[in-house]
Design a protein around this ligand. Structure first.
Ligand SMILES: C[S@@+](CC[C@H](N)C(=O)[O-])C[C@H]1O[C@@H](n2cnc3c(N)ncnc32)[C@H](O)[C@@H]1O
Length: 241
């Protein structure tokens, strides 16, 4: 993504958080400004238009904010020619363990009307139905292995043919970069008010195997460019009938 476009989306996506407090605003700017997954989602055309998206462990709703801000810019005719178009007409339902983060996101993202709705809830128990895309970004390692397996089963059962389960994980086989990401993750988690959690990580091949075993068609790509981490984005799709 060209830097000018990245800056434009960043400004548009984070402005709504300004009124929710300095911390939320700067958190959003840091994350959307530096995490390669956000431009990557648009550059690689990951989200289909018109999708109903369930974002589990959505935090303050930055994924929705990024993609809806990109759509607005494109709809205003200000999207640079020759660059991949953003998805249109997405609707987001986010679920987040920390009620205060869901509240913050709802407050900020009311600028997008009824396109975003965040709620307090637990990824392990939430209803998964009537969705086209389920996103779980940097969250799975907070729930234990049995719960991970049950969540995979429920996502697989809920998605229609062509549906997408998008996740990002840390590759536990990646050595030092993985261990570094764990330290940062624990520090961030602590800063957000969680107790220092145990984490349930796996090597990449293990995540892929767990998804393929259920019939997902899986594609992976490294998604930590420009950071010292070992994160990998996993696209797990239900085959079209
Ligand atoms: C590293 S943050 C990622 C936030 C967001 N997915 C993103 O990419 O910006 C992990 C989030 O998962 C949430 N979380 C952890 N365990 C959860 C659970 N069992 N159910 C719902 N959310 C959970 C945390 O509160 C935190 O907001």
């Amino acid at each position: 993504m060209i830097p000018e476009l990245h800056t434009q989306i960043l400004e548009r996506a984070t402005a709504p958080y300004f009124d929710t407090g300095r911390f939320n605003y700067h958190w959003g700017r840091g994350k959307l400004g530096r995490d390669p997954i956000f431009p990557g989602l648009i550059d690689h055309g990951i989200f289909p238009s018109n999708a109903r998206v369930l974002d589990l462990g959505c935090g303050r709703g930055l994924l929705a904010s990024w993609l809806l801000a990109a759509e607005q810019i494109a709809n205003e005719g200000r999207w640079p020619a020759g660059t991949p178009q953003p998805p249109r007409n997405l609707h987001f339902h986010g679920v987040e363990l920390m009620g205060c983060e869901a509240d913050c996101g709802n407050h900020a993202l009311s600028v997008f009307g009824s396109r975003v709705r965040l709620a307090q809830g637990d990824v392990r128990h939430v209803d998964i139905a009537e969705v086209d895309v389920v996103a779980i970004l940097d969250v799975l390692h907070y729930i234990n292995y049995d719960d991970q397996e049950r969540v995979f089963d429920r996502i697989h059962a809920a998605l229609p043919p062509g549906g997408l389960f998008l996740t990002r994980i840390g590759d536990a086989a990646a050595g030092l970069p993985f261990r570094f990401s764990q330290v940062v993750d624990k520090a961030m988690s602590f800063a957000q008010g969680h107790r220092l959690p145990r984490m349930w990580c796996r090597p990449l091949h293990d995540w892929v195997e767990a998804l393929e075993r259920r019939g997902f068609v899986v594609k992976t790509q490294p998604m930590s460019q420009g950071t010292p981490f070992a994160n990998v984005m996993i696209e797990a799709r239900i085959q079209n009938a």
